[in-house]
Design a protein around this ligand. Structure first.
Ligand code: FEO
Length: 396
């Protein structure tokens, strides 16, 4: 059994095999973290995905009789955390459930309608005996119902999705795991799930600054035991829209022409000493691409024309990007065509709709780009790199 703090146990589950989390590529799997708190009253904070109910119960039973649980805190009703409730409630008699006001309807519809339910308006905090649980609503971090639970006596924040990572590991704490991997997965998680809600993040960070926090235990990935400040500072940086001297080139190619342009732009940017990350969309997953975009200063999108508009992979990527609304970056488009253009113009329109400042380019070449046209692309890469250097590092 894993004791997070004396009398507080991790009773979650490790999902080694999940590779697609509602569209997000989870190459490293994930965990669903559930926490059991023993006091005069016994509380369970968050559960697990329904299929992992037996694993959670086995861990709970190593510590206590599940029938002795008095209280279940539902920080978030999404099924990866609340999915086991319907089965759990059959084992725990008339335990109380605590949820945010915005979570009531969804909790009933997803997980059953006759729970012994209290909202955090009715019970903003609950004394377990030696410790109290305080509930803080964090609507739109990242669902309307989202909330976090704070235990002042332990200086422990049970933060649900916030500060989490999709990372399956037998290591439960940040000081046991490879921190570079943990931070990469935290950044990917932020980019794909939290990024549109940066204003909420800044507000929540402001609220948290009034709390003493020694440990942050999210509901995915490792627990921040040694480096809680590191993830809080990273969230601040990401929410403020900080960026680095880095360019992401994201493109697809039909017969290689758009790829030649991408390579030429890359050569120009690199010659100015700016780091470039390139993704061909038929090879890279969009959730990995946006993780690279998170702290990049510029995004260059390339598409061949297909039926006088965007190549399907590029169109899908731009639709995804628009929903995430990255900020404080500039963008440009390039492309190739055979008989009719359209892709570059459409990419520029989509990038504007996504909120980017779009730098116009004339990188729109028929059939195969000539040597002269590739030189133009290289020169454009130089121009972009110079803009990046002029504008970085920045905070929005
Ligand atoms: Fe991990 Fe929003 O659920």
């Amino acid at each position: 059994m894993i004791e997070v703090k004396p009398g507080i146990f991790w009773v979650g589950a490790i999902d080694w095999n999940v590779r697609n989390f509602h569209g997000y590529l989870t190459q490293r799997g994930t965990t669903y973290n559930s926490y059991l708190i023993l006091d005069d009253l016994i509380a369970l904070v968050d559960t697990v995905k329904e299929s992992f109910f037996p694993e959670m119960m086995r861990r709970i039973e190593e510590v206590i009789d599940p029938g002795s649980i008095d209280l279940v805190v539902v920080n978030h009703i999404e099924p990866d955390h609340a999915g086991a409730i319907a089965r759990l409630r059959r084992k725990i008699g008339n335990a109380e459930f605590i949820v945010s006001e915005r979570g009531v309807e969804g909790l009933k519809r997803y997980h059953g309608g006759d729970l012994n339910l209290f909202t955090i308006k009715e019970k903003p905090s609950v004394s377990l005996g030696r410790r109290s649980l305080q509930f803080l609503a964090t609507p739109m971090l990242h669902w309307p119902d989202s909330m976090i639970t704070y235990i002042q006596e332990e200086r422990l924040l049970l933060s649900n999705d916030a500060f989490g990572q999709h990372l399956a590991t037998s290591e439960r704490f940040d000081d046991e795991a490879d921190l570079s991997v943990v931070m990469r997965e935290a950044a990917k998680y932020y980019a794909n799930i939290v990024m549109p809600y940066w204003k909420v993040v800044l507000r929540v960070l402001e609220s948290l600054s009034n709390l003493e926090i020694e440990m942050i235990a999210p509901s995915h990935g490792v627990i921040w035991r040694k480096h809680p400040d590191r993830i809080v500072e990273a969230y601040r940086r990401w929410a403020e829209g900080a960026s680095e001297e880095r360019v992401v080139i994201v493109y697809d190619t039909m017969w290689g022409s758009t790829e030649l342009i991408a390579r030429a732009i890359e050569e120009g940017a690199v010659s100015e000493g700016v780091m470039v990350q390139a993704h061909r969309l038929s090879m890279s997953h969009y959730s990995d691409v946006v993780a690279d975009i998170l702290e990049a200063k510029a995004i260059l999108v390339g598409s061949p024309a297909l039926n006088a508009t965007l190549f399907p992979t590029v169109a899908a990527f731009l639709a995804y990007l628009k929903g995430l609304r990255p900020r404080n970056k500039f963008a440009a488009a390039f492309g190739s065509y055979g008989w009719g253009g359209g892709a570059k113009k459409d990419a520029e329109e989509e990038l504007r709709r996504a909120g980017f400042e779009v730098i116009e380019s004339d990188l729109h070449f028929q059939f195969k780009p000539s040597t002269e046209e590739l030189s133009k692309a290289t020169a454009f890469g130089v121009e972009i790199a110079r803009r990046v250097k002029k504008n970085s590092p920045t905070k929005g």
